[in-house]
Ligand binder design. Structure first.
Ligand code: GCW
Length: 660
């Protein structure tokens, strides 16, 4: 453990948070790389704050020790206090390292009031996917949907030489519970494809940095690699030459990276190659790679994001929301044990509001991972403050079979929780400093999917802005809570209404364009006309999508009477005068929420500005600058959306506010 490169924000690990532990006498028992990492952490903290790392029988007041026979399980730990001694025990060194970061979070209370406690991750695989390109893509840039500068891993067409930043990133990720990551984009270009073969050493160099913090590295591969790199004339998953090629490819990877996590694959999706070209199923495709990885203990993450992106907008029978279920549900039970189906949390594409994907509950004989999007592609692109933990908590708490059945968080334990990262080489890691909370919250929710998002916000805020060490801690706490806690709801208010989605500018997806995708091939339509708006996905008269849900949801969503307001236009096409459960008409709801959303964004900007004396200057200034843009953009959204619906419907705002 060494200091951060100069000019880089410490995020939720400023040295200040080490004060309470760093002033103790600390003993670490245990061997191996992770125990050494822990010793490095202890040494650093003690150097800063006057404590001491002791060995052998020397007296100490904080001890980390391996213990057999406990019920912590892999990566878990127990914390106990005895008079004058805080003990952290775990079955493996990874547990001790997680225990260390927990003690850091607890601060003084770890030595005074904390009750005995055991923590275990509810989900074994807690993974970040980076959509980073090695070479800069002409349209997507270095990081696809990246809003935080360049890649942390790749620069000038190769792996970065200086790994200090990568090591610091590994530490941040471990401290919030993440234990795996993929280091290249799921859209695999010709340069990136070669990471699997002649450029594997670059991946190995990254793996060396992540390993010391307990993270395993995964790689996105092209399904056509046997042709692109192997010189074969086919990528048919049932062809013996293809199978042999993949086995050898995997053997070579493991020769360089013995703890390699596995492959991530986007196949037959948005132009990426896949098994359909050979008349094979996605289970055949996934199993090909699973079999190659199996001898080494690796896993293939096979993405379920498969749909027709060349749809004819005139065709009202094709429904993009149906696609993943239609492709994958019939394959349940046909995937290998080391194949995980990675499903986006919603059926379309990370919109501000979507129902939970029906695939997640429909594949009991398949390991399923749920994919979230920490990078804010559709939620303000890290120019808007939008804390996503409340959205994810809702998704993870959803029960596909109703109250009696398991939650999404529980179902994801079979395959993992995965998220697209929002970090880059920006000095604040995430462009918008407040977006650091999204990264932190994802890690903590992956560890404990039923954690309370409000508690996570407090946890993050205490460590990142260390209010206890400011002049007016309560004003700082109240201010940060107030700008972040409701920020997702605010964003939803001024953007696409009632679950209808999209309405963004095509291509880069920032800012409003109400009809931007309406006549496009992408399958994301809202069907507004002079009478009404929304997508009829019912069984009775629409695309039949509601039938992909089990009861009670198939019934709840089928009727506009029982469908929750916030999803009404996702499931139904209704007249503008349709009255919501809230008592408002749809069109009045649209007007009201758009005015409110802008007012809330303006209020957040003012509140943030009032915190200038309590937040480090550069941090404060960066957020303040982003709020200017957020307010400008929110007004643009409000005016375009309101004008559009006024012109379509002819229904005036009942309060006579200015609509253009
Ligand atoms: O959200 C969409 C993005 C694409 C992305 C794709 C995916 C990596 O607009 O940029 O491609 O999803 O998830 O594969």
């Amino acid at each position: 453990m060494s200091s951060l490169p100069t000019g880089i924000d410490p995020a939720w690990l400023p040295d200040e948070v080490l004060r309470d532990v760093g002033s103790r006498r600390v003993l670490v028992r245990g061997e191996g790389p992770l125990a050494d990492t822990l010793r490095g952490e202890v040494a650093y903290a003690c150097r800063k704050f006057g404590g001491a790392q002791v060995t052998g029988d020397a007296s100490h007041d904080l001890c980390f020790d391996l213990a057999e026979g406990g019920d912590e399980g892999p990566e878990g730990f127990t914390l106990e206090r005895r008079p004058g001694l805080t003990m952290v025990t775990a079955a493996d060194p990874a547990g001790l390292l997680y225990g260390w970061f927990h003690v850091v979070r607890l601060g003084e209370s770890a030595f005074t009031t904390a009750p005995a406690q055991t923590h275990r991750p509810a989900v074994a695989l807690r993974m970040l996917d980076h959509w980073d390109n090695v070479s800069v893509h002409p349209v997507m840039g270095q990081v696809e949907r990246g809003y935080a500068g360049g890649s942390l891993f790749w620069q000038d067409g190769r792996a970065r030489g200086d790994m200090a930043r990568v090591r610091a990133y590994a530490r941040l990720l471990a401290s919030c519970g993440i234990n795996a990551l993929s280091v290249n984009n799921v859209n695999v270009g010709p340069v990136e494809a070669r990471l699997l073969t002649d450029r594997i050493e670059e991946v190995a160099a990254l793996a060396d940095e992540f390993r010391v913090y307990g993270l395993r590295v995964h790689l996105c591969v092209s399904f056509a690699a046997s042709m692109l790199l192997g010189g074969l004339d086919t990528a048919d998953p049932l062809d013996e030459r293809v199978r042999a090629w993949w086995r050898e490819a995997a053997d070579r990877v493991y020769a360089h990276i013995p703890d390699f996590g596995g492959f991530v694959v986007k196949a037959d999706s948005e132009g990426q190659p896949g098994p359909f070209a050979y008349g094979r199923s996605h289970a055949d495709g996934a199993n090909l790679l699973a079999d190659a990885l199996a001898p080494h203990g690796g896993t293939v993450h096979w993405r379920a994001f498969v749909y027709n992106h060349r749809q004819d907008w005139r065709d009202r029978t094709t429904d993009r929301a149906r696609a993943a279920f239609d492709h994958f549900a019939p394959l349940d039970g046909r995937f290998r044990d080391n194949a995980v189906l990675q499903v986006k949390h919603g059926p379309v594409d990370f919109q501000v509001r979507e129902p939970v994907s029906p695939v997640i509950g429909a594949m009991p004989r398949t390991r399923v991972a749920v994919e979230l999007q920490v990078t804010q592609e559709y939620t303000g692109q890290q120019r808007h403050a939008c804390a996503l933990a409340p959205m994810w908590a809702e998704v993870l708490g959803f029960r596909p079979e109703g109250e009696q059945g398991p939650s999404v968080g529980e179902l994801a334990a079979s395959g993992g929780l995965v998220a697209v990262s929002n970090a880059g080489d920006d000095p604040f890691w995430t462009g918008h400093p407040l977006a650091q909370f999204n990264l932190y919250a994802f890690g903590r929710l992956a560890w404990q999917p039923d954690a309370d998002p409000g508690r996570l916000l407090d946890e993050w805020l205490e460590s990142t802005l260390t209010p206890a060490r400011t002049d007016d801690p309560e004003r700082l706490r109240a201010g940060v809570r107030s700008v972040l806690a409701g920020s997702w709801a605010t964003y939803e208010k001024y953007t696409a209404p009632l679950g209808v989605g999209f309405m963004v500018q095509p291509g880069h997806h920032y800012g409003p364009s109400v009809d931007g995708y309406e006549y496009s091939p992408w399958g994301t339509y809202h069907f507004a006309d002079r009478d009404g708006v929304g997508v009829d996905r019912t069984r009775a008269t629409g695309t039949g999508y509601t039938g992909q849900y089990a009861k009670p949801w198939s019934e709840t969503y089928e009727s506009p009477e029982t469908c929750p307001d916030e999803l009404l236009l996702f499931f139904h096409h209704v007249p503008y005068g349709h009255v919501l459960h809230s008592g408002k008409t749809v069109v009045q709801h649209i007007y009201d929420t758009h005015f409110e959303g802008v007012e809330e964004a303006e209020a957040a900007r003012e509140l943030w500005s009032s915190l200038a004396d309590l937040v480090p200057e550069a941090w404060h200034a960066r957020v303040a600058e982003r709020y200017e843009e957020q307010v400008r953009s929110a007004r643009e959204w409000r005016d375009q959306v309101n004008s559009y619906f006024l012109r379509k419907s002819g229904v005036p705002d009942r309060y006579g506010r200015r609509i253009h």
